[in-house]
Design a binder for this molecule. Structure first.
Ligand code: KG4
Ligand code: ZN
Length: 339
């Protein structure tokens, strides 16, 4: 099988990333510049700030990836770039840079779907292909289940009705005064807490369909912290009693719902493999409980390694290679699609 060398570029949200990957698997370099510090004071991603930061960082990050791999632009076979979905101003920075490089160097351009790339990240690190499988993508912007027949054939079978799971982690982390991004900080605090101390609600669709909702859970945590009085101000984070138990109980509620729905989907689809990807797939409790409960049902759970769960360009170059092989290159007139 041909092992083309792909330059991947990712700028859909708040990470500016570039990577060089050969044959969809062999990672020559991966550079990620996180904007977390620039967004921290706002408690979430500010699109204007993100776009400007990508503009400053994109070319230096591409240069750093080429240098780390000791590769010259002339040696690459194609340029793969995230062109959907994401923040439009952020997507356009990566796409414009990729188009310019493709034109100057006369290389094929490949447009990559960010969510499909998250799923591919889990596949590219394993020797045996996980397809067909049920794929759960859990990140700051998405929480959805897919029937994945191959890396290029994903059908969405369920999604969140409101917040994404990562967004819920970020909002609860903000309530508990743990900063942004919230997932890693909250799960660190949760390790010291009792996950059964508080019974926060677990959303289940009443009609038996598959689906997620996290806004009720976030509100339940807020009311818990304010003492059931909606009109009361949120107390200073340091004054919230049992913060570590709140964090652990919230995390357990999210994990229970993610594991239940994913395994229900696997049963319904009669599939023996579940794949979990996206930033929240870094979560230790989710990894442990998904693996254990899947095994109880004879189902295998696969995850990317943590570095490839959060946004990165390795997954873009990886899926870009599959698309290139399938002849699915893009025109230089290709556009970015926010949703
Ligand atoms: O995939 P990603 O980097 O960006 C999007 O495409 O959204 O995911 C970022 C999200 C954030 O909401 C962050 O809080 C969450 O992933 N996250 C975690 C953990 N690490 C990152 N959530 C829970 N536990 C973690 N360890
Ligand atoms: Zn992402």
């Amino acid at each position: 099988m041909a092992a083309e060398l792909i330059l991947g570029i990712e700028s859909s949200c708040d990470e500016t990333a570039a990577a060089l990957v050969r044959g969809g698997r062999e990672v020559l370099s991966s550079v990620v510049h996180s904007q977390a510090a620039e967004h921290a004071r706002w408690g979430g991603v500010v699109p204007e700030v993100a776009g400007r930061s990508h503009l400053r960082k994109l070319l230096p990050v591409v240069d750093a990836a080429l240098e780390a791999a000791d590769v010259d632009l002339d040696e690459i076979d194609a340029i793969a770039v995230t062109n959907r979905p994401g923040l439009i101003g952020s997507l356009l920075v990566g796409l414009s840079a990729a188009k310019s490089l493709a034109w100057v160097k006369q290389k094929p351009l490949v447009g990559v779907h960010h969510i499909e790339a998250h799923v591919y990240a889990a596949a590219m690190e394993h020797d045996s292909a996980p397809w067909p499988c049920v794929a759960l993508v859990v990140s700051g912007g998405h929480t959805a289940l897919y029937r994945a027949k191959s890396p290029l054939l994903l059908e969405r079978i369920a999604s969140t009705r409101d917040d994404a799971a990562g967004e819920a982690f970020d909002k609860v982390s903000h309530i508990l005064g743990l900063g942004y991004p919230g997932g890693p900080a909250l799960s660190r605090m949760a390790e010291r807490g009792d996950p059964r101390r508080f019974a926060f609600p677990r959303f289940r669709p009443k009609d038996g369909s598959l689906g997620f909702s996290f806004s009720g859970l976030k509100t339940a945590v807020l009311y818990h912290v304010r003492g059931q009085d909606a009109a009361r101000a949120t107390p200073n984070p340091e004054e919230i009693p049992d913060r570590e138990h709140v964090a652990a109980s919230f995390e357990q509620a999210v994990v229970d719902v993610l594991v239940d729905e994913t395994l229900r989907a696997a049963r319904r689809e009669r599939l023996r493999t579940v794949l979990v990807a996206g930033g929240v797939a870094c979560n230790r409790r989710l990894r442990l409980e998904m693996t254990r409960r899947a095994a109880d049902e004879g189902v295998t759970a696969v995850f990317p390694s943590p570095a490839y769960c959060t946004d990165n360009a390795v997954m873009i170059a990886g899926l870009g290679w599959e698309l290139l092989r399938a002849g699915r290159t893009a025109e230089l007139s290709a556009d970015a699609t926010p949703s």
